[in-house]
Design a protein around this ligand. Structure first.
Ligand SMILES: *Cc1c(COP(=O)(O)O)cnc(C)c1O
Length: 373
């Protein structure tokens, strides 16, 4: 029996052909026509006007914060329950992250806690410079309330849609809400360019500035004049071809992942204390990862014991993200709330969810989980 990974790449012959064509065109040095085509395709899918393809989602967030002028001494609000990459770029800018707890309905940033944080910090004369919202595991945050709070206080919103390509909220695509937004095409995401990301926005001048910063901030002179500190953050043409061919397959990928979520729910939902991640009726997730919680009041089976039982059968599962306010590297950072994200971390588990996971693999997983009870 082969190992079952959490969310491995899923490449079809079309993807191999797309990379081969990019190589055959010799546009590998490293830019080329696939970049603009990939950017245009993502813009069209999401409904944003401008994009720049980059070598990671993390780089995209760093550039978004740079465009917003985030620097030393600034405060940036960010959910606690997320991957460290949602917050590391705040530190790259020399600024301080402030962590906001989750709400239980979507596990994302709690708009009430966000409002409280902005009011308290503004009252201290330290109005936050930006808010980063994350759509965890492919389900959108409560965007109406979050946008309202940001608008009321005039604070720009950056959307970390790294996990949420193809998801939507009240019919509007994830990645279309922020002043800037970004996706990740890292190896475990719903489409992958091996590694990569994309920054999107509606202001063409600002996105052009991001491109300039991402390509070593070279001024148009034969000797390369430099007026800014630049970065080497651009995606390569070969990888853009790989990303673009998978984007054309996005609907199938979402449907397969949604099928996993529904099967897990149908096959495991009767087990005591086991609940799938709640799905809000305001949105349509991309079901990137199927997550569940185990309620200790109803079962003695712990996420850890399920994790180990699965690992013994060569099946990869993972805890939910460890809240950033509990991470040693962010010790001492301010936070607003924390009980909800801590309790989710203690009770939660992510199950294998790849779009190349088949029914027999899923049955192996469900049988093993059932045997724990
Ligand atoms: C994957 C991920 C990122 C970072 O994207 P990379 O392309 O790996 O740099 C950021 N935020 C979240 C929530 C992610 O899951």
């Amino acid at each position: 029996m082969s190992r079952i990974f959490l969310s491995p790449p899923d490449l079809r012959p079309e993807d191999h052909a797309a990379v081969a064509a990019a190589l055959a065109s010799n546009w590998v040095a490293p830019v080329g026509p696939e970049l603009a085509l990939f950017e245009a395709a993502v813009c069209e899918r999401v409904g944003m006007s401008h994009a720049v393809a980059l070598n990671s989602g993390t780089a995209a967030l760093h550039l978004a914060l740079t465009l917003l002028g985030v620097r030393q001494g600034d405060l940036v609000l960010c959910p606690s329950l997320t991957f460290a990459a949602s917050s590391n770029p705040v530190r790259y800018c020399g600024a301080e992250p402030v962590f906001i707890d989750s709400e239980p309905r979507t596990w994302n940033m709690d708009p009430a806690r966000l409002k409280e944080a902005i009011e308290v910090l503004s009252g201290e004369g330290r109005k936050p410079k930006a808010v980063i919202v994350v759509h965890l595991y492919g389900q959108c945050a409560e965007m109406d309330a979050i946008l309202n709070v940001c608008k009321m206080h005039g604070i720009p919103l950056v959307e970390d849609a790294a996990e949420a390509l193809g998801a939507s909220y009240r019919g509007k695509a994830a990645g279309s809400f922020g002043l800037y937004s970004f996706f990740s095409f890292n190896g475990n995401k719903i489409i992958t360019s091996s590694g990569g990301g994309m920054l999107l926005g509606n202001d063409g001048v600002e996105i052009a500035r991001a491109l300039h910063l991402a390509t070593q901030a070279r001024e148009p002179a034969a000797h390369y004049e430099h007026k800014d500190i630049g970065y080497n953050y651009r995606m390569s043409n070969v990888l853009a071809a790989l990303g673009r061919s998978q984007l054309a397959d996005l609907e199938r990928r979402i449907a397969v992942r949604r099928g996993h979520f529904e099967s897990y729910r149908d096959e495991l939902g009767d087990l005591p204390g086991l609940r799938m991640m709640p799905v809000s009726n305001a949105g349509s997730p991309n079901y990137w990862l199927s997550c569940l919680t185990l309620d200790p009041a109803e079962t003695s089976v712990t996420p850890d014991s399920v994790l180990h039982a699965l690992a013994a059968e060569d099946i990869e599962a993972r805890p939910l993200w460890k809240p950033l306010h509990l991470q040693p590297v962010f010790e001492g950072c301010r936070r607003f709330g924390g009980d909800v994200s801590e309790s989710l971390f203690a009770r939660g588990l992510c199950l294998p969810s790849g779009s190349n996971l088949d029914e027999s693999g899923r049955k192996r997983i469900c049988d093993r989980i059932r045997a724990c009870f």
